[in-house]
Ligand binder design. Sequence first.
Ligand code: NAD
Length: 484
Amino acid sequence: MIGFDLAARDGHVADGPDFRMLIGGELVAGVGVVDVIDPADESIVAQCPIASEAQFDQAVAAAQAAFGEWRHVPPVERARMLRALGAAVAARGEELARLLTREQGKTLAQARDEVRFACAFVDYFADNTELPVEIRRDDDGQRIEIRRRPLGVIAAICPWNFPLLITLYKLAPAVAVGNTVIIKPAPTTPLTSLRIGEIARDVFPAGVVNIIADDNRLGPAITAHPGIAKLSFTGSTPTGKAIMASAAGTLKRLTLELGGNDAAIVLDDVDPAAIAEAIFGAAFVNSGQVCIALKRLYVHASIYDEMCDRIAALARAAVVGPGNAETSQFGPVQNRRQYDKVRGYIDDARRHGRIVAGGVLPEGPGFHVPLTVVRDIADGCAVVDEEPFGPVLPIISYTDLDDVVARANASPYGLGASVWSSDAARGAAVARRIESGTVWVNQHCAFGPDIPFPPAKESGLGVEWGRDGLLEYTAMQVININKS
Ligand code: NAD
């Protein structure tokens, strides 16, 4: 339920409960509240403040004011503060993991992993605050220096699948190189990001980090605001397109990490027993709500039956339940809208294929979806061609390698993909033919702070992570000196 007091939008600031936004170094209430729902049982976890456009303007003004000094803070000092942020997050790791489980649904073990990954990203960018000047030419006549400058105020708009990780892996590179930042989490998972605001308040000068929240209506004001230099967005492809259109008016820099429909191709030389668990893990991690989860599994006909049997057996044995129950291995789908969408994909799977695991949803409350595997299905139906973003895996048989490569590439998406072979060189040769930003060989979904993450096609624009991702938070400047 979204509770919003329109009268309050005109200026009255509602009493905030336990969660406040960080604007200009102050923890503040919003002009309304939204209930944050626990996907495990649909109870209310907490009420989250909603920022008005006027409060967003205040955040932009505070971030612009802070940028003037922050850009000149020595890199070593920015690194020190980022390390302090990482250490403070780690120190409150258990509390954050428990809150993450309640707002997002994932199991406590996965929530703890998310906290650890988030800290690793913060530490990586803390180690990379210095951007050395590159001397491209220096001779008797000319010296050419390639420098990097911060952009100004960055706005980061985040989704609900990894709220803590994504908040921190956008915040850290932005401020590492001298920008200031405003983070807006998704309305269904704002709580851990608001806690990061509390932590950041004690670490950074006022205005360097701002965290605001909304009820899904503030987006257009953010993406059109003339005070924002760059948008870093992770979310769906349709929203990415709307953001690009809205940002055109002020020609903002954009990094867009959007949807994916990652194909995996299992070659005929593979022993299904050796890879079944890795494939299963890559498909169902975070209950399939991962942009780079394995979403279409193409298996050579000679090993198709065995592969289907093994994946289905793993799925049937998996325990889906509340994330904070010790027995649960997979949590619920994050929100009602996504749950209804996933239900639609399961119906589609039933119409076009044979469901061999899961497929029957328990009575509520909660958005629990059993891990669902569908076989004897082909390209051309929604559950294969689109992105379910939930625990549903279609397994498709193929016989001809060229044909399956063409089918893997016949998607508007191009985020990740994988090729599985007992011969890594053969796998890599096939991998090079796939039109995706990342193609793994004999693994899927492997990522790290130092590995660039570039989307292809309608999966987005730009790069995140690694040095390439860091540079996207800067503008190149050429200093061209005539020495003659
Ligand atoms: P979404 O696009 O609906 O929302 C994402 C964020 O955008 C939210 O914070 C939302 O409030 C905001 N938003 C909504 N409308 C907006 C607008 N017009 N202008 C500006 N902001 C707006 O996506 P979602 O439902 O939160 O996430 C699911 C989708 O995100 C999936 O398709 C998934 O593949 C994709 N995703 C991609 C990655 C990646 O790295 N490529 C990671 C996670 C999720």
